[in-house]
Design a protein. Sequence first.
Length: 343
Amino acid sequence: MRLAANLTYEGAGDLARAAERLGYAMVLAPEGYRSDAASVLGLVAGQTSTIALASGVMQIPGRPPGMAALTAATLDALSGGRFRLGLGVSNPDVSQGWYGVPFGAPLARTREYVEIVRRALTGDPVTFEGRHFRLSAGDSGAPLHLLTEPPGRRVPVYLAAVGPRALRLAGEIADGWIGVFTSPEAVADALVEIRGGRRSAGLDMSGFEVLPSLPTAIADDPDTAVDALRGQYVYLLGIGDLERNFYCAMARRMGFGDAITVMRERLAAGDRAGAAAAVPPDLIDRTALVGPVPRIAERMRAYADAGVTTLGVMVSAAATSLDGRLEILAAAAEALELSGKAG
């Protein structure tokens, strides 16, 4: 198992250079209300030389497929062939409320989107007549046609996925899966669906990236580390409507439904500190890396045994400074060595 680092836009270059020195395989730039992925990765491409770069993830509602292909081709060229395109449909509230894009039929839209992006990245002209996307030459006679130097390889596409059908789609059409809010047991369950998608496409798991990204905080006292991540969980669990929030649904499936309802009620009342206090510590512990280095190493062994190929260290989640995030990167690298699962 290898490590990846989920960046923040603040100090992204410092974090990426440190991850490269520490032997991390990849850095990922998230995309949401705080920053876009492409700007951060453009900066990082110019400040690193060997580490892989991935969008973690670019949001499908935020870009037409032609722009996603152009962005991917540009970042791949700027980085010397180090880019991986991570994509996700986000959730209904963000898709409709932030981007103004209907959320209906997300799996069918994702399938068409990936097909268009892949065809565009070959450098050939692309026309497409799908249910959700239609690209034609029109009166101008000029179809989608990237003029960026075509990548000398197939740019890997990773999909963020949560539910069984989305996981099977990732297995069928993608080169990797990006997971969040994920325990080792959930990874093993997800791989059942992913393998089913691979089989339906006549593929095995060779070369398929299994990449859960985990909030990470290092402290001798695990409770202290848990507290450093509470704000991140409130942010994710508080997005949009309770019934449509994917993270809330996952927490309910894990048995934390009542606590999440309390958390949302406090958040709605403007009591953000109370909402953070209502997040169950066990929910954080089961879906994050928290505690001292030996405890982190033990958790890393569990994720590797579950089938993870690259483990995302989400330094962006911790309530700390740039120096604190750099310390997290170093401690996680130490933990991987201690786990005996580095490779």
